[in-house]
Design a protein around this ligand. Sequence first.
Ligand SMILES: *Cc1c(COP(=O)(O)O)cnc(C)c1O
Length: 466
Amino acid sequence: MAPLSSFTEEAASLDSQHPCNSTLFTFPTFESMGLPIDEEKKKSSSSKVNYLCGNSLGLMPASTPQAINNELKAWADRAVESHFRHRGEPEGLTPWLNIDLPVVPLLAPIVGAKDTEVACMGTLTMNLNSLMCSFYKPTKTRYKILFEKGAFPSDYYAFLNQAKLHGFDEDALIQVETRPDEYSLRTEDIIDVLQKNADSIAIVCFPGIQYYSGQLFDIETITKIGHEIGAVVGWDLAHAVGNVDLKLHDWNVDFAAWCSYKYLNSGPGGIGGIFVHEKHTKISNDGSDWKPRLAGWWGNDANERFKMLEEFKPIESALAFRQSNPSVLDVVSLKSSLEIFEQCGGLPKLRPRAIMLTSFLEKLLKSSKYYKSLEESKTTTTPHFIILTPEIESQRGSQLSVMFKPHYESKEENIMERISSYLNQHGTICDERRPDVVRLAPTALYNTFSDCLECVILLEEAFEKL
Ligand SMILES: *Cc1c(COP(=O)(O)O)cnc(C)c1O
């Protein structure tokens, strides 16, 4: 096996051929994070940390503080009037009344939707619950919710309580499990469960990318089979949006929800988004027939909104699922990041780079002497790691989940805790999933091939120090 240092030139050459856009982002530094700096780092011009955590919280675009300050200034200068007459400096700022509308055409291409199929609103779990209120219409016989075992807990709580709101119980939940000793769900197993429960499944809701394993689901196929058995199919795209190519309209997805603080870099707790296929927002000619929903004045016809009438005329768009006027600061924060996506050519440009980065990271990890394949791991008793994420490019995004073995209970002995703390102390920021997993996410917008190498070199060092 080649020593890791032999990859230095390859990383540098890949970086010059496929540069990233890190200058458009603000990186935490060793100083700002209070990390010890060695002499070598001090000499180098930048002391920014190696941030591989964009799957958890994306970095701040350098343009975001200005975008937010513009709105604070408008609030100070004109207060309520900025809803209708923004102070207009710099040119082209949007009055608050329509603040989220310019975000729509930036968001639509990211999820492969028509402009009329997306809205930026609320937060992920709230949006999921809100969409379930419209799309989960259980009957006595068809009432089950199909999703995955090991789902993100927030999603589990939402699904269970949606069932309970309709008078059902745990019995309404069907969770597909991975096979023993496997970490990804097989599409064939999902299809099998769909077909075996064809008469009782009301709604299907998987994650686009599984947060723990990093598995990217076959959204098109699962949606198609879900429809064939007569179910509604929605997706939680928390880890998929801004990470992989999505074609929600063409795949005929019914609805989807996502948060924007992961790969979309909108900032902590940033404003979420929804997709509703246009077939569900069509309104009859006389305007009286529309899909019931959790409704509010922001979903109403904009021309009528301030007439304060007792008449709900939903906009013929996903925008009609908005309930409230959105947080202006959150919206402009998201917008400043989406402008970077647009400026960089969007997912068609970013995804190929993400694939290269992730494959390079995988190659480095696999060349470490502490790496074991799933098969080898079964008979290895010394400290080592395996990769849980699928090896096939089309089945993963920018994240590789690494599991450390053997498992030790106590925090002092636990290998993941010790390795992860070593990485973090040495400026490679990644995230822990207790008890044994670290997720590494080199993002296309701001990570480099050298970042991947630095991470794996530190990982080996950490093993040596165990
Ligand atoms: C990040 C994430 C969430 C977080 O939900 P919020 O409502 O934004 O707090 C929920 N579900 C999944 C699958 C996630 O990855």
